[in-house]
Ligand binder design. Structure first.
Ligand SMILES: [Zn+2]
Length: 127
């Protein structure tokens, strides 16, 4: 069994219990492409707070990628009404948690989430 006894691989905190996290699928339930440089195939060790933020970061990144596709006229998961709604709710949830005290993330910037939410709101929700 491999273990990581040093520190959180995101914030470097040595004091928290660490969780081994591997992101096998993206926000839209698709398995990660091994050739994709942004994929998170390798498990890493994170503290409780960072493992939560890591999921946020993944969801944010996946939603942003689909948003860009939609804007450029390509096929996008966000052209499905259900996925669009789910993505909006997820961004809202991420924002709410990141805005709470003590939730500053080393992985994701509040401002980026706000901007994406605003941009998403300018689109008409697909029917
Ligand atoms: Zn951490």
């Amino acid at each position: 069994m491999d273990s990581w006894n040093h520190a959180c691989q995101a914030c470097g905190s040595p004091s928290n219990p660490l969780t081994k996290l591997s992101l096998g699928k993206d926000f839209f339930g698709r398995p990660y492409d091994r050739l994709s440089p942004s994929s998170d195939q390798n498990p890493r060790w994170y503290c409780t707070s960072c493992s939560l933020h890591k999921h946020f970061q993944r969801d944010f990144r996946d939603i942003l990628a689909e948003f860009d596709k939609l804007r450029s006229g390509f096929a996008s998961e966000l052209s499905k009404a259900d996925e669009f709604r789910r993505a909006s709710l997820r961004l809202h949830e991420i924002m709410t948690i990141l805005n709470a005290p003590q939730q500053t993330s080393t992985l994701l910037n509040n401002r980026d989430v706000t901007v994406l939410m605003e941009r998403l709101n300018t689109l008409t929700m697909p029917v």
